[in-house]
Write a protein that binds this ligand. Sequence first.
Ligand SMILES: [Zn+2]
Length: 380
Amino acid sequence: MTSVPSPREMLARLVAFPTVSSASNLDLIGFVEGYLADLGVASRRVPDGDKASLVALVGPEVEGGVVLSAHTDVVPVTGQSWTSDPWTLSERDGRLIARGACDMKGFLACALAGVPTMLAADMRRPVILALTRDEEIGCIGAPPMIEAMLAALPRPEAVLVGEPSEMRVVTGQKGSWGFRAHVRGHEVHSSLIHTGVSAVMQAAGMIDWMTRAMAEAAGTTPPNDFDPPYTTLHVGLIEGGTANNITARDCTFSGEVRCLPDEGVALWRDRILAEAARRTSAMRLIHPGAGIAFETRMDLPGFAAAGPAEALARSLTGDNGRHVVSYQTEAGHFQDRGLSTVICGPGSIAQAHQPDEFISVSELDAGAAFIDRLTRRLAA
Ligand SMILES: [Zn+2]
């Protein structure tokens, strides 16, 4: 790249890499490494097979910097009807359209296009660019990336996760626990049901308990900013049994719990596991091999912002509103490591994952202006 790219030019380059979570993101990572190296900025890969995260420090190597966090992966386009090539940025009616334009290569484009200005600004505190892999499949790239960042670089003061929030300062997010349960029963002829254990009926009992636990939470949780304002429990898939006249030997079901940040994922997971253990004891009175086993599919901490990140984002955007989200981001992982974190980025989450995903030109401009204000703040 010979001249300084605009955020829009940078976005066009980034969306051309089809970094669906199931594919390698190394072409994009290599491009960013090369771009930064041309500017004299060293970056550090955090590799994992055919993927990598990337960390780079822009500015002085001192504590108190600001992390700009973005994931590099995008969701698939399979089965969606797009009116233009999802991997080529196109503009229509003030919209910049491509997979990832909004979620969240728009923010990444603003951050990367802003690097030459950062370098020229004589910043007193650094910006740390933190690019992750595999956010869309459970935020699994963030923990090792954060580990590597904290080991290699001076400790930052604030983390801005640039997920689409229309530049509003998002200060809370529900945590989630994704699970898969396997209920093992005991097969007998259904006429002798008292000597068998029906995995299907035991699963139904466990799911009914979860439904009632959610209803109880709905009735007892004090008012708060979330919608709905309580922890939710959901089972999305169930499978089991072989015939109408056989007590089912196996039944599996899976789903997720979305927890209020002040209740926490661990509290709900432990409650559910305790209930499963109680039911397992009862099942084993009939057959020793029976029981309910839960396995964790996703464990994502929620977050409730406070401290320097919130103050910084509010002063840069002028937003003093209260905004919380129920979708999943990497913010909780940063906060779990004691880093003050908020979500604030251009574009609307309503466009994320959609066919003809777009970021409006005005939102991309707002993102770039935000990075400019941050740069001036760090230079002051
Ligand atoms: Zn995202």
